[in-house]
Design a protein around this ligand. Structure first.
Ligand code: FE2
Length: 508
């Protein structure tokens, strides 16, 4: 694509979001949350941070392997209340970057609030200024573009020595990997020295290809465009592309195979309107419409086609691969509708746990020659799943082992969040899992390869958990091949943190 065309696209992206959000009268959400927290102390997982910076040695137990050295970087919504305003959605919290440093002398944790332009503007103004996914503070400020709302609170990319905090719909934020200080919005260098992609959305789930290059997409709702990024292993933008999508939706993740990029586009249609309070209200769920499957040719980012599945909602995919006959296989945590995002993750900010239809894990198959797509469950319908991931060594290629959070079978009354870490063999269907005690709510768990071992062999599972009963944050390590036996090592902090979202392990 010529630079001039991208500059034109940038013009489209720079338009303010249509439909100025209406202010909501009164704010009793903080009081409602505080009242419900007294009755349900597990709600502390959606509580507020107490300061901008945390730092502590962890109390370690068990056997931390000598071969496991590195840093687990994680981000997530953390500042849920500021200037007397409590956010109306879990994902609207200002992002905090965490580093769990695993070394010969133990485990050390540090966390720092990301100093986004939004955070700085609101601190200077002394009040909440901007609408979020749900809700808007009184007298909201005007918007010059999506980066005014950038929270850097969703995921992490560590590439070519750079640490980036990612959001769904804006620029990456560069973070100093040693101090966690915010360097500012990051722009990938372009081969011609230009800056045509400045401000173009870079979503939260880039995928690393086998050659060390990175693929990603972004979406610009008001422009009706999906954007594609391909960044070389040297960190320089190789190529970009764009595809018009009508109606636009809210794609959160995608997958990459040897030859294709794949997105599911749920029928959660972008329908801007003047009286919308927050971005979610600019969308309409239409279950009678199909979930579009967008198949894009990696070698020609304009070449694409659409297939159709029944209406469904997907946040996350585990992985994808493609065989020599052009058959693509991938997996996803599939929910019947977006209710968990539109309703449950908003109600939780008032301290109300409301039921939504959960996601369960599915396998998908695309025949790229016949241009057909099919889906089938990978686990029983009584197994809820989310946060799927694989060994990074098999990313975009054939895989067998899938790590994810889950919840299954009969459960005692409790917090209701996912409470297991599972290892699923996608070929045999066998699932091993460890169930956390009710006093702990696990966050994303990652597959960490053992240095020098074959992919999917002798690795570990590393993940954090919020202990609401004791007010502590945990880091737990499992043998990937015997997760049911429970953690082989743990590290515990003297404080707990609000639940975060995604991270990456960076080996030393
Ligand atoms: Fe995500």
């Amino acid at each position: 694509m010529h630079r001039r065309e991208f500059t034109k696209m940038m013009g489209l992206l720079a338009l303010p979001w249509p439909g100025a959000a209406l202010a909501e009268a009164g704010d009793d959400w903080s009081a409602q949350f505080a009242r419900n927290l007294e009755e349900h102390p597990w709600l502390a997982a959606w509580g507020n941070i107490e300061r901008d910076h945390y730092q502590s040695e962890a109390e370690v137990s068990g056997n931390w392997p000598e071969a496991l050295r590195g840093v687990l970087y994680r981000t997530g919504p953390a500042q849920h209340e500021a200037h007397g305003w409590r956010n109306r959605h879990w994902f609207d919290g200002d992002g905090m970057m965490h580093a769990w440093r695993i070394g010969a002398d133990g485990v050390r944790h540090e966390a720092r609030l990301v100093e986004t332009a939004k955070l700085r503007a609101e601190r200077e103004a002394g009040r909440a200024l901007y609408p979020g996914l749900a809700g808007s503070p009184p007298d909201p400020a005007g918007l010059s573009g999506p980066d005014d709302l950038n929270l850097a609170n969703t995921s992490v990319l560590h590439h070519h020595g750079r640490l980036l905090a990612l959001w769904e719909a804006g620029s990456p934020y560069e973070i100093d990997p040693e101090t966690l200080a915010t360097k500012g919005p990051y722009r990938f260098p372009e081969a011609d020295g230009g800056s045509s992609m400045r401000g173009v959305p870079f979503s939260a789930h880039p995928r690393m290809d086998v050659d060390g290059s990175v693929w990603n997409f972004g979406y610009a709702s008001s422009a009706g465009l999906l954007v594609f990024w391909h960044i070389g292993a040297d960190g320089v933008l190789l190529r970009a592309g764009r595809i018009a999508v009508e109606p636009m939706t809210m794609p959160h993740d995608f997958v990459v195979t040897e030859r294709h990029l794949l997105l599911l586009l749920p029928p959660f249609h972008y329908r801007p309107r003047a009286n919308a309070t927050g971005f979610l209200n600019m969308h309409e769920w239409r279950p009678e419409d199909p979930c579009r499957v967008l198949v894009v040719d990696k070698n020609d980012l304009a070449s694409h086609y659409f297939l159709e599945l029944p209406a469904q909602w997907v946040f996350h995919f585990g992985n994808a691969w493609e065989d020599s006959a052009g058959i693509i296989r991938f997996d996803a945590a599939r929910a019947p509708d977006p209710g968990i995002m539109t309703d449950a993750f908003s109600a939780i900010m008032r301290g109300e746990a409301i039921a939504s239809r959960p996601a369960s894990h599915y396998a998908y198959r695309i025949d790229t020659r016949a241009r057909t797509v099919s889906e089938e469950p990978l686990v029983g319908s009584d197994v809820q799943t989310e946060f799927p991931c694989v060994d990074p060594g098999v990313g975009c290629r054939r895989y067998r082992k899938l790590v994810m959070l889950s919840r299954s079978g009969e459960q005692p009354l409790g917090h209701g969040a996912l409470n297991e870490v599972s290892m699923l063999d996608v070929e045999s269907g066998r699932r091993d899992f460890f169930r956390y005690p009710d006093s702990q709510i696990p966050e994303e768990h990652l597959y960490v390869p053992r240095p020098g071992s074959e992919p999917e062999s002798r690795g570990w599972i590393l993940g954090t958990a919020h202990d609401w009963r004791r007010g502590r944050q945990m880091l737990n390590l499992f043998h990937a091949d015997s997760v049911a036996e429970g953690p082989i090592a743990a590290a515990e902090l003297p404080y707990a943190m609000p639940l975060g979202l995604h991270g990456k392990f960076v080996a030393a």
